[in-house]
Design a protein around this ligand. Structure first.
Ligand SMILES: CC(C)(COP(=O)(O)OP(=O)(O)OC[C@H]1O[C@@H](n2cnc3c(N)ncnc32)[C@H](O)[C@@H]1OP(=O)(O)O)[C@@H](O)C(=O)NCCC(=O)NCCS
Length: 357
């Protein structure tokens, strides 16, 4: 309890329904099925455990909430356990009193106690709110493509609709290519592809390409009023012209509308769309990270021979440089820092849209 009599703590199981109703009210007030969605985030997620819903209570009433999502990130040859902050909210009549900041600080204490290597979030309110609370934005690539010339290359393979029973194992193998080509990608267990939250987000990919009966590439997207948003694409190395077949399926799904999305800049589907389209690249800066405990991070990374040294960054801008260098998205000025000397380059940052919570 703080001096304003606000209590910060984990939600009890019998308080989950109140948290569901708060999220419905604040995020999707006009959607009747929103409570099912928020309930499923907790009840149908095998990785959920008590403690991952954090709340603030004023005079016994829950007025603010966040949900912690556990994510395991591939970083420089090891995995880091991230505590992901989602669904941060405060009831309108209690805003502006620092209550959401208090829930965030409570979650950060939980990260420290529970041994998370870092905090992770994706903001929908811009970066300043979290930046002012010590979080560092990391830029992720986005693209916009307007197809103008069909490719004349020979098509290889045939498009197939994917389903979990037949394709999960091979999809997981193809997904590894994306993990190995980037820094920050999210590890996915077998259940992660089809748990409640994954089904609500349409995580399992829709379409793939088979060559000689073997699946070699897949893609997924969200339908939007103006076209499609490509959430993911992956291909085994050397599958060459099969990507043209994949790109044609994606172009046809857009039905002449916009093709936008977030892919690695050297993702094969992105390269293929680039050949048949006017393609422009940009960044979104929704991804943000925060330190939990330097000594812990040092020990995790040094176990695979990555030496960040015993002393944490000296200042906030030094902290920002550290994260950008570690995650493969260094700015020019970051190359003058000790972090660049110690860590050097690595594959570029990429965190799939499909893994955002
Ligand atoms: C964002 C939100 C959680 C803040 O709750 P709160 O208890 O008022 O937050 P605090 O009192 O800790 O902080 C107030 C700060 O939030 C800022 N803020 C509030 N709403 C904001 C918004 N939509 N965009 C950016 N900043 C916002 C205020 O300007 C104020 O800034 P300051 O610290 O520079 O003065 C609350 O406005 C809310 O529930 N919004 C709707 C849900 C939402 O968008 N959640 C964010 C998910 S990423």
């Amino acid at each position: 309890m703080d001096q304003d009599h606000t209590e910060y703590r984990a939600a009890r199981d019998d308080e989950i329904e109140a948290c569901v109703e708060l999220q419905h009210q604040v995020f999707r007030p006009h959607e009747d099925d929103a409570p099912d969605r928020y309930r499923s985030y907790v009840r149908d997620d095998p990785s959920y455990r008590p403690g991952l819903s954090r709340v603030a209570l004023v005079e016994g009433r829950i007025v603010s909430h966040l949900r912690i999502w556990e994510r395991v990130l591939n970083v420089r040859g090891t995995t880091l356990k991230a505590g992901g902050v989602g669904s941060l909210l405060c009831l309108p009549e209690y805003r502006g009193r620092g209550i959401a900041s208090g829930v965030l600080a409570d979650a950060e204490r939980f990260f420290l106690e529970e041994g998370y290597d870092l905090g992770l979030l994706f903001t929908i309110i811009g970066t300043p709110y979290y930046d002012n609370r010590g979080w560092t934005p990391l830029p992720l690539p986005t693209f916009s493509a307007t197809p103008n010339s069909p490719l004349v290359e020979e098509r290889v393979g045939r498009g197939v609709d994917l389903n979990l029973d037949d394709h999960l194992d091979v999809i997981r193998n193809i997904h590894r290519v994306e993990c190995d080509s980037s820094t920050g990608s999210c590890e996915r267990t077998a259940t992660y592809w089809n748990d409640g939250p994954a089904r609500l987000r349409g995580m399992f990919p829709r379409t793939g390409v088979e060559v000689d009966g073997r699946l070699v590439a897949y893609a997924n997207w969200e339908d939007r009023p103006e076209g499609i948003w490509v959430t993911e694409a992956a291909a085994i190395e050397g599958c060459g012209a099969a990507i043209v077949t994949l790109a044609e399926t994606v172009v046809s799904a857009a039905s002449g509308g916009a093709i936008e999305g977030s892919l690695r800049r050297d993702n094969p589907l992105a390269a293929c769309l680039g050949q048949m389209s006017e393609m422009s690249w940009s960044v979104h800066d929704e991804m943000m990270v925060k330190m939990t405990d330097w000594a812990r991070l040092d020990s995790r990374l040094s176990s695979v021979g990555v030496d960040i040294g015993p002393a944490p960054p000296k200042s906030r801008s030094d902290t920002d440089s550290f994260w950008r260098v570690l995650f493969g998205c260094a700015l020019t000025e970051d190359r003058d820092t000790v972090w660049w000397d110690r860590l050097g380059p690595c594959p570029p940052l990429f965190y799939s849209w499909a893994d955002i919570f």
